[in-house]
Write a protein that binds this ligand. Structure first.
Ligand code: MN
Length: 416
């Protein structure tokens, strides 16, 4: 029997996005959590005495990793080395491999895919079973080619053959920039398991051969509320494989609806809201909760005043401080929303055409565009459609500008 851990898309040095202006204490805690989670993965591997750990890309959020993060990372890998647990490491589109950016040597238990060409490692487990592991790393931000055909067929020398693949399933006739893959091609290789990476949503892709995306083990934005953790896999040759997700994160993103139908007096309202939010989150005392609250049934009495205080941010600012304090710095309210009553869109007054022109010109610059669009590059469906050349950026900016002009009713001056 073979038992191992499959991790992908950890994005260890990624900051938490969309939280507003967070207190120093929280920011320190969250950064710490990124690292603690990785230590917890190694703890878990040791506890379970797994045969090896697979990291299938985007372990880091960017190709350039700070010396501090690297030291921590290597130290943790050494803990696995002391227990003779091999770590197989492939890199994805975010942390694409560039040798000169690594300041320390990897310990001897690490098998690193250094190239975009598919390679196969053979390792022997403590039970003297031979495992073939085929995979590749990104050495650029994008891989346009489909890589599955480069993978060898199941090895006759191995008891188990596993494929590591950081990439995105091809849909329709369109390719994508993340090593597009077609599921029927995976089946032809005869492997026991395909360890995928890249999609942040935990997903069972195929049951035969078992093919899984573990998903991002910890959510870094409010779009990653579905994080389940890392995968523990057991293969037993023949009998149905076993797998389960193991939660390793102490950060959770919650979305709650608060019903205000009960007509509170204005002076009771703040206390009541605070109380309800706290009482809903006392069950998870060790977690950091990043919370979005939507108010429902705002009663007519004083509702305009109340809605206004939501819109202008006053209420959020008050509640986030108060709740953060009362929860012993554990709950951070990052967003307040209200169920819409028939709202009309108000166009901003005095928007100047020149201002929009200036802004658009900035978006044509690659550095500015990439920085501002960073969250979009992480949305798999969108990322493919983002421009890569100056010409494509210009065309996109032009189209957006025209739409803004149209929506705001700004007339373009006629060409002479
Ligand atoms: Mn990726």
């Amino acid at each position: 029997m073979l038992k191992f851990i499959h991790v992908a898309d950890m994005h260890m040095d990624r900051s938490f996005e969309g939280l507003g202006k967070i207190p120093q204490a929280l920011s320190a805690k969250l950064n710490q959590e990124n690292q603690t989670m990785f230590a917890r993965i190694i703890d878990y591997a040791i506890l379970e005495q797994v045969d090896f750990i697979l990291f299938v890309g985007d372990t880091f959020h960017q190709p350039q990793i700070s010396i501090q993060t690297q030291t921590f990372f290597i130290d943790q890998l050494k803990r696995a080395a002391e227990q003779n647990i091999p770590v197989i490491f492939s890199l994805g589109n975010h942390d694409y491999y560039q040798k000169e950016r690594y300041w320390f040597a990897f310990p001897a238990n690490v098998y690193l895919f250094e190239e975009e060409t598919v390679q196969t490692f053979y390792i022997e487990t403590k039970k003297q079973e031979t495992i073939a592991l085929s995979g590749f790393s990104y050495t650029h931000r994008w891989i346009n080619e489909m890589k599955v055909s480069e993978f060898p067929r199941r090895s006759s020398k191995a008891d188990y053959h596993i494929g590591l693949y950081h990439g995105q399933i091809k849909t329709g006739n369109d390719g994508n920039k993340y090593a597009p893959l077609v599921l029927s091609d995976l089946k032809l290789k005869g492997y026991d398991y395909w360890a995928l990476g890249h999609i942040h949503q935990p997903t069972e892709v195929l049951s035969q051969p078992l093919t899984l995306y573990p998903g991002a083990p910890m959510g870094h934005t409010k779009k990653e509320t579905t994080a389940k953790g890392i995968l523990l896999i057991q293969l037993t040759g023949g009998i149905r494989p076993f797998y389960r997700w193991e939660n390793v994160s102490n950060v959770e993103w919650h979305q709650e609806t608060l019903d205000l139908a009960f007509a509170f007096e204005t002076q009771e309202l703040l206390e009541e809201i605070t109380k309800q939010i706290i009482s809903k989150n006392v069950k998870t005392p060790n977690k950091i909760i990043l919370l979005s609250v939507t108010f429902q049934n705002i009663t007519e009495k004083s509702s305009d005043e109340f809605r206004q205080k939501i819109t202008n941010g006053e209420l959020l600012e008050y509640l986030q401080q108060r709740i953060f304090q009362l929860s012993e710095e554990r709950i951070w309210l990052y967003e307040l929303d209200q169920e819409a009553k028939n709202e009309t869109i108000q166009l901003p007054l005095g928007v100047q055409k020149e201002l929009i022109d200036q802004l658009s010109a900035r978006y044509v610059s690659e550095a500015f565009f990439e920085k501002r669009m960073q969250p979009l590059y992480q949305q798999n469906l969108l990322a493919d459609r983002l421009p890569t050349t100056k010409k494509e950026r210009e065309a996109l900016v032009m189209r957006s500008k025209q739409k803004v002009f149209r929506d705001l009713g700004i007339k373009r001056e006629e060409k002479p």
